[in-house]
Design a protein. Structure first.
Lengths: 241, 251
């Protein structure tokens, strides 16, 4: 039995009267790719923000490395739980400026040779190193964004709809990149996607979030055996309740 | 100038009133309110200053400077309501630049410690700092709103709040001090400063007036930089929570 990379115990998050995450419990298996699917506004991105403490949960516990995330210094936690966002935000400057950012935040620098290694790792040629980040295509930006997060050597990678704004070719390239990380380095990956087929293709396990509740968690292979009506409606193309 | 002569200057108010009426600008009421307020406020200040000068008591002088700082804080704080503790941060900033300015001027015997010098110079210094803080707070709020994703990117990579907001802080400090620096570049070419012009009209030697104006310009430059840097570094922690997240009311 694999150790959980993350455990959720009755986690909720509310903003005023709005209950965005409702009593979520469950475990994320280390070394697996876990997909998070569900309709828009189901609370998937909020759950990711709770994990790396960009937002604070209202109640419950999230356990990482056998410790509540509340006991971590947020800066330390965010390095260990890296996040890649849909919009692939770049800081002004070159690709190299973006890659060295995590090290600079620690008062160090990223040597050029190491930067080239990170570029190769995400399938980009080293000639891009001195290209202005704003001149890159969407897919290239997303690769740089992944490489930048990898510089921190995170134990868990959170991917928030990273292929949703990309064309099919770029999306496939990112998918195979992530799959190879998972296979080669046993990297634990949590992946939010709107695309059920993508979840089926890539993930070992799937969580279905609908209206802030987790209504299915289990092997992706068993997803279509789910008994919950809302999950079945969603899988059949509905929008949930 | 007699009150009769002063009343004749109201002719200058008539011109914009007529233009506003003819062009249907719908600002006649504002012009009348602005004119009335400036007459009442300035006459009141005039009598108040006359009273303070006659007393020649340091306590009244300090009270007047306190009043200037209070009024400036009251005006500027509206632009930073999202920043917790903005009132005391503004008071601390204005008080610091006031103490710094007067310490240099009085300490080095450049100006005497009399109300005639201390109060007008305080008005100019704190007034300039007030405009600057409004520019700074406006810009910082806009920057945080526009660049929220960049700020959160740095936080998500393990950066501290100071590192996350550094770029926005520097941009806002620069943007708020630019008007002071640019005005100084064209000083004397495009405009004659109000205080210098006033002294010359009152019969002072133009070179003396220029020397005094230069003194004020240098003070304003120093206080401009100190105001925005001090306010910036006092304000940014309030933009984040204890958990190093951007405050919800800024999103």
């Amino acid at each position: 039995m694999k150790q959980p990379a993350l455990s959720f115990i009755d986690v909720s998050f509310s903003k005023g009267d709005l209950h965005i995450i409702k009593n979520i419990s469950g475990e994320i298996t280390a070394g697996n790719i876990t997909a998070f699917i569900g309709p828009s506004g189901a609370g998937k991105s909020t759950l990711f923000r709770l994990i790396n403490q960009l937002t604070t949960k209202t109640t419950g516990e999230i356990i990482f490395n056998s410790q509540s995330i509340d006991t971590f210094n947020p800066m330390t936690l965010r390095k260990k739980v890296g996040v890649v966002l849909q919009e692939a935000v770049m800081i002004p400057g070159t690709v190299y400026d973006n890659l060295r950012l995590p090290r600079q935040l620690e008062g160090r620098d990223l040597p050029l040779t190491e930067a080239k290694d990170f570029l190769r790792k995400v399938g980009l040629e080293e000639k891009f190193l001195h290209t202005k980040a704003k001149e890159l295509s969407g897919g290239q930006k997303q690769k740089v964004s992944i490489a930048r997060t990898l510089v921190n050597e995170p134990e868990i990678l959170l991917m928030d709809e990273i292929t949703s704004s990309l064309d099919q070719v770029s999306a496939q390239a990112i998918e195979s990149l992530i799959t190879s990380f998972n296979h080669d380095e046993r990297q634990t990956i949590l992946w939010i996607t709107h695309n059920i087929d993508q979840a089926k293709r890539l993930s070992d396990e799937t969580w279905v979030l609908i209206d802030g509740e987790c209504l299915y968690q289990g092997p992706t292979a068993d997803l279509y055996n789910a008994t919950d009506k809302h999950v079945r409606d969603f899988l059949e193309g509905g929008d949930g309740p | 100038m007699t009150y009769f002569t002063l009343s004749l200057t109201l002719l200058f108010v008539l011109i914009p009133l007529i233009l506003a009426h003819v062009l249907k600008l719908n600002i006649e009421k504002d012009i009348i309110i602005a004119t009335s307020r400036s007459i009442v406020q300035l006459l009141l200040v005039g009598y108040l200053l006359q009273f303070i000068f006659d007393q020649n008591d340091p306590l009244f002088m300090i009270l007047m400077v306190g009043l200037i700082i209070f009024a400036a804080t009251h005006n500027a704080r509206k632009k930073g309501v999202n920043i917790k503790g903005i009132t005391w941060k503004l008071i601390l900033t204005y008080t610091t630049i006031e103490i710094l300015t007067q310490s240099i001027l009085i300490g080095l015997n450049i100006t005497p410690a009399t109300p005639q010098y201390v109060i007008p110079i305080s008005g100019m210094v704190v007034g300039n700092a007030m405009v600057l803080s409004i520019l700074f707070l406006n810009r910082l709020t806009d920057e945080v709103e526009d660049k929220q994703s960049q700020i959160e990117l740095i936080l998500s990579l393990g950066g501290s709040p100071k590192q996350a907001i550094h770029r926005q802080l520097i941009t806002s400090i620069k943007a708020s001090t630019v008007p002071t620096i640019e005005t100084q570049k064209t000083m004397g070419l495009v405009q004659l400063p109000g205080m210098m012009s006033g002294q010359i009209i009152a019969g002072a030697d133009p070179i003396q007036a220029v020397q005094f104006q230069l003194l004020i310009l240098f003070i304003l430059l120093t206080t401009a930089i100190i105001t925005s840097v001090m306010l910036g570094y006092l304000s940014y922690p309030a933009l984040f929570t204890e958990k190093m997240q951007l405050n919800d009311n800024l999103k």
